[in-house]
Design a protein around this ligand. Sequence first.
Ligand code: CP
Length: 317
Amino acid sequence: MKLFSSVYDVPNVKALVDEALQLKQNPYSYQHLGKNKTMALVFLNPSLRTRMSTQKAALNLGMNVMVLNMDKEGWALELRDNVIMNGNSVEHIREAAAVMGQYADIIGVRSFPGLKIREEDYNEMIFNKFVQFCGVPVVSLESATRHPLQSLADLVTIEELKTRERPKVVLTWAPHVKSLPQAVPNSFAEWMCKADVDFVITHPKGYELCTDFTNGATIINNQDEALADADFIYVKNWSAYEPYGKIFPGNGDWMLTNEKLKGTNNAKVMHCLPVRRDLELSSEILDGASSIVVHEAANRVWAAQAVLKRMLEKLSD
Ligand code: CP
């Protein structure tokens, strides 16, 4: 594997999930793979889980790790071609990415969307330029439209905790006060549509996701109806795809509560975190027995480790 940016970079999703679960049992069995290899984690936006879990995964594989908070510590990047750089940007992404590729064997990049110009975000301009110019394998640490390491960890968690062969998984929109990216729900939908699950998406009208990501999902606007008999409920806010990046007033009653879990199959509640308590998800759920959000975050290590292992194996081919 030379690129991990979406589910389409994975030839066999089930095998990768199984590998992550095996690594969870034996975290240090492949330390030889990463000996004298360096991972660079480049953040253009904040992170807790992705930063720490990917760093831990790389260390478990014997790699050295460098972290660059590009937004705070790096030079201001120019992304456009054919411009005279007489404004605020100091360094072009062409040189910056190429230089990083000289220092690292694998690069991870986090770059959020601007949520202003849809075409720019959905063309993955920043992430793709890193891939184009760095010359080494690249892992997405969340891009404008996808968060594949999160989605892999989510699928690992579902596989690990499911109580019936083909569980019902529901992605439900949740309230928020800010305009948030569609990357997590897009990505979760894309991975669930490839998994052996019954997958339902529920959201208020107006929050339809791009259909490129939801092909194969059942979409129901009535949340109670969607949640019926669910085994897993994935809670997440996102802004509108059309009009792009907008949020609409109201819908506070979409926050998941214990009352809403009554018609489910003893559903386990997931969230990628960070989560705003009692806005996006109720404290009674987060503090109760149905929440598996911390378990899910812990599985980020094994998801990242499975991906990095595949990349290191490719490097030593
Ligand atoms: N879920 C997730 O990606 O968390 P961070 O933004 O803290 O990395």
